[in-house]
Every structure is written in C-alpha cells, then in structure tokens.
Design a protein around this ligand. Structure first.
Ligand code: FE2
Length: 337
C-alpha cells in the first residue's frame, strides 16, 4: 500500500494520499486548494490514477481542493450524506464503505466539530478529520458544532475502536503526526473527564477566536459542486425531455453510480451500470457500437454525468447527453424509475 501524509503549512492541514499498488487507483482525503498542483505531480511520479477525493467536513480554515482535483483529474468527489450543500458527486452514509481498487474505507458519522463531520476507518488506521485531534478535539462553537455530539462521537464511536488503531487527524498545530486510540484515551487532556457534562463544560469555555479564513472558506466550500449552468452547457437535459429521449430505441442509457448508491436510490429502467471511473474503459471497448447510438448518462446529482459528457466529447462523440441534477432532480419532478 502507498500511504502519504502531506502537510499544508498555512492552515496546518494534513492531507492523505492512499493507493493500492496493484490497481494504481488512488484516493485523497482533505486536499487543500493551494496544493493541488503538488498532489497532481506526486500522483504522476507514483504512476497513480486519482479515483476519489473526500472531504471529512466543510472546512472553515482553508478552501478545499476537491473541486479543482475533480476538474483536473475527473475523480469522484465524496462526502458524508449530512453535507449541507450540493457540493459532491457521491454521498456516503454512516457505516457504508468507500471503495477503490484494493482499498476499503468505512465511513463513520462523527458529528460534533461540525454537524456533517465524518471519520474514515481503514483497517489499522482511522482518519478522524477534526473530530479527534492529537491530544485535543475539534472546537464545537460554529458550523452547527455541538459538544454533546462531539462527546458521543469520540467516546461512543472512535474510542470503541481497538486501542492500537492509528489516529490520523486533519490538523495538527504542534507538529504531531500520528497517535493511537489508546494514547488518546489515556493522555488526551480533554478526554480525562467523568461525564459528558464535564466535557461539554470544557468545550463551552475554550473562548477561541474565529479562524482567519472562515468568512471566505465556508461559503466557498459550500459551492464546490458543478452547478446547473455548467451541467446545462455540457449537453445537459432536463428530466422531462430526458425521459422522452431515453425511449428512443437507438439510445444507450448509462448509470454512472456505484452499487451502494443504486441499492439505496434505485435506478432508471433499462439502464446499464458503468461506474464512472470505468467510463474510459467502456468507451474504448464499445467505440463502434456507440457511434450509431445516442448516449445518455446519469448519476446522483449530475456531477459525474457532466464529466462523462466531457470525456465522451474527447472521443469525438457529439451524440452524448446527460440528466441535469441527476436522479435527485428526476425524483423531484415525480418521474418514474
Ligand atoms: Fe474543521
């Protein structure tokens, strides 16, 4: 396995690059916008294909690099399903697994620092975002933070992991890089409390100033998605019209989502499933057949399908379209699956 812990000096953010050597697929957790070129260079040097990029929560101290990475590498943007805005292509629920070739990350809903914070467990290590820090915990005084949620996420979820589990946080301000669940259980000063009330009392009296970047970073990080305008100019079609075109016998209807999403949300009749990271491979294999067809893409929110149209255009297909707003928009219009 390839594992890199990368550091952003300005915001003291840790970004993680993980890959399984066999498949060359990679994922990145909590990228920082200013360092995107550095990540892309490293991916090239290590001969890796970025497949997924994840934000643990809406950051207040830096602008996320997930949108820039998506636009430069065609990776799938992922967040937990409590995210407050339509910024990502794929949302995962508590206990669901995020997969890339050879690697499974289990999503754990750990609110408290913010209401949408997730942690991610990968075998011997857990990426705790700002929920659990090394000898500290993420502040709970903005972005719907809640000290009681923080207590529950830490004591009833993260500290229940085996004590040897490595802890990799999203930040450290003192140069600490890694800890373990056991170390934090016994030596994290904020966790040496006898009750939730004692912890809440500590968190309510931290009196920290707002992060310098907060007023810029939070609104930016809420708007990292591919908006309907950009979806439209990339051969986007509204649900009603899409419904008509898909009945054309010369059309191929392609669902770009993954199994866990399809199980939860259902799919459109007669669609074939080609998960977005496999789309190049599919087009390569079916070049001749696709030439005479209308290609219709859809996904959850229209992000992946916009990118799929762009990719198809690079193969000189002009007969490709996609569903604006994805299945979410389809359902909003009350159309049948
Ligand atoms: Fe944070």
């Amino acid at each position: 396995m390839i594992f890199r812990q990368l550091f952003d000096k300005i915001s003291s953010t840790y970004t993680y690059l993980i890959a399984s050597a066999a498949g060359r697929e990679a994922l990145i957790i909590d990228p920082v916008l200013e360092n995107v070129e550095q990540y892309i260079k490293l991916l090239k040097e290590l001969d890796l294909k970025l497949v997924k990029v994840i934000d643990s929560h809406i950051h207040a101290d830096h602008i996320s690099g997930i949108a820039e990475l998506r636009d430069k590498t065609n990776c799938v943007t992922v967040m937990g399903d409590k995210t407050p805005a339509d910024v990502v292509a794929m949302r995962v629920a508590d206990e669901e697994t995020i997969k890339i070739d050879g690697i499974d990350l289990k999503a754990l809903y750990t609110p408290g620092h913010t209401s949408e914070s997730f942690s991610f467990l990968m075998k011997d290590r857990v990426f705790t975002g700002d929920t659990l820090l090394i000898r500290g915990t993420g502040r709970t005084d903005f972005q719907n933070g809640d000290p009681r949620d923080s207590y529950n996420s830490i004591f009833n979820k993260l500290l229940k992991l085996p004590e040897a589990t490595l802890v990799y946080p999203a930040h450290d301000y003192k140069g600490e890089m890694v800890s373990t669940i056991g170390e934090e259980k016994y030596f994290n000063p904020r966790l040496q409390v006898r009750s939730a009330e004692e912890y809440i009392d500590i968190m309510n009296n931290l009196n920290l100033p707002d992060p310098k970047m907060m007023d810029v970073a939070v609104p930016s990080n809420l708007n990292l998605g591919i908006d309907f305008n950009r979806q439209k100019v990339n051969n986007g079609i509204e649900p009603e019209e899409f419904n008509k075109i898909k009945k054309d016998p010369d059309s191929v209807l392609i669902d770009l989502r993954e199994d866990i999403e399809i199980e939860k949300e259902g799919k459109l009749k007669n669609s074939i499933i080609i998960p977005f990271p496999k789309i190049n491979e599919y087009i390569d294999k079916n070049k001749d057949m696709l030439k005479s067809k209308k290609i219709l893409f859809y996904c959850a929110h229209g992000h992946r399908s916009t990118l799929a149209v762009q990719i198809s255009k690079s193969y000189n297909y002009s007969n490709c379209y996609h569903l604006i707003g994805g299945l979410k928009n389809w359902k909003k219009e009350g159309l049948e699956l």
